[in-house]
Design a protein around this ligand. Structure first.
Ligand code: ATP
Ligand code: RIB
Length: 304
């Protein structure tokens, strides 16, 4: 059966610059191409990733009433995402992200929140019915925390599983962590929250123990080219990544999270299968430039 997933989060227009290496402070550098604009935002990317992996997907987000983000809403509709809870505002521009990608496929990202930062609890209340009917709700940290907390409260009261991707890395109120069932940080985000650098299997376990001690049921730490570590109170394992040559890792984490949510079964805890599938989807995304256009369809993940 298809998972029913609600994603609440950001929609950004990504402005990408390809560079040989990152500039040092005070340095001026030539670049090989003019700036390119693509669809992005952690929320939008994760919604596309769940939809492309076959999940029934609803996206809750806020965009400006003019400019580039509107083309994305049309794209979401074409990809069968329910856009009824994407709100347009005339008091802020759509979110934007300024991304530099170096020759090794690594990136730096600066995010301007814009309309994303106007998403509020009242907007979330209007989407309550949709949240109540979901299997999972996924949030990241590019929208105001009160909106995420409200969405997770509605989910929690109705036994909808909450998934938190604490990105971009930031300290979190205890209240939000207490409402979280599954947390999916990368290594940097895990360290910022737990205070424990992720360097080896012992520190992975210590990180997991930290999150589990807060009442979170499932911890997944994404480890880039190393793969993904998962832990519950009963089991843990590292599922290795697929060996590929990465050209742009932007949205690797988003692709992983959406693909995982499309496959994971809370009644069955099918970690090996769902994480292997999500690692595979993310390994495809790192071989293609950009965020949304790099996210694969289910059939492309299953084909290789
Ligand atoms: P980003 O912020 O770049 O979108 P992230 O830091 O949130 O990504 P990562 O831990 O880098 O997330 O990557 C998420 C998943 O993507 C990994 O668990 C892995 O499955 C896959 N992945 C990332 N980088 C590579 C790579 N170089 N080769 C193969 N798979 C990769
Ligand atoms: O995770 C990748 C995303 O982070 C980009 O699409 C950019 O918009 C930033 O939000």
């Amino acid at each position: 059966m298809e998972n029913n997933v609600v994603v609440i989060g950001s929609t950004n227009v990504d402005k990408i610059l390809n560079v040989k290496r990152f500039a040092k402070p005070g340095e001026t550098m030539h670049i090989s191409n003019a700036q390119k604009s693509y669809g992005g935002g952690k929320g939008a990317n994760q919604a596309l990733a769940t939809a492309r992996s076959g999940a029934n997907t609803t996206f809750i987000s806020k965009i400006g009433d003019e400019g580039d983000a509107n083309f994305m809403v049309e794209d979401f509709k074409k990809e069968n995402i329910n856009t009824a809870n994407i709100i347009t505002t005339n008091t802020a521009e759509s979110g934007q992200a300024f991304i530099t990608v170096d020759e090794n496929g690594q990136n730096t990202i600066l995010v301007y929140g814009g309309a994303n930062m106007e998403l509020n609890e009242e907007d979330v209340n209007k989407a309550a019915e949709t949240i109540i009917n979901a299997d999972y709700i996924i949030a990241q940290l590019e929208i105001p925390t009160p909106a995420i907390i409200r969405a997770f409260e509605i989910a929690y009261e109705n036994e909808v599983t909450t998934i938190l991707n604490p990105a971009p890395a930031s300290k979190l109120p205890k209240k939000l962590l207490n409402l979280t069932d599954i947390i999916i940080p990368n290594e940097t985000e895990a360290e910022l929250l737990s205070g424990i650098p992720v360097v080896d299997s012992t520190s992975m376990k210590q990180n997991a123990e930290y999150f589990l001690s807060l009442g979170i049921k499932i911890v997944l730490i994404t480890l880039g080219s190393q793969g993904t570590y998962y832990a519950t109170k009963e089991e843990s394992n590292l599922i290795p990544a697929f060996e590929v040559s990465a050209i742009d890792t932007t949205a690797a984490g988003d692709t992983f999270i959406g693909a995982f949510a499309s496959r994971f079964d809370m009644n069955n805890f099918n970690f090996e299968e769902s994480i292997k599938y999500a690692n595979k989807a993310a390994s495809i995304s790192v071989q293609v430039e950009g965020a949304q256009k790099s996210i694969p369809l289910e059939k492309d993940v299953l084909d290789i």
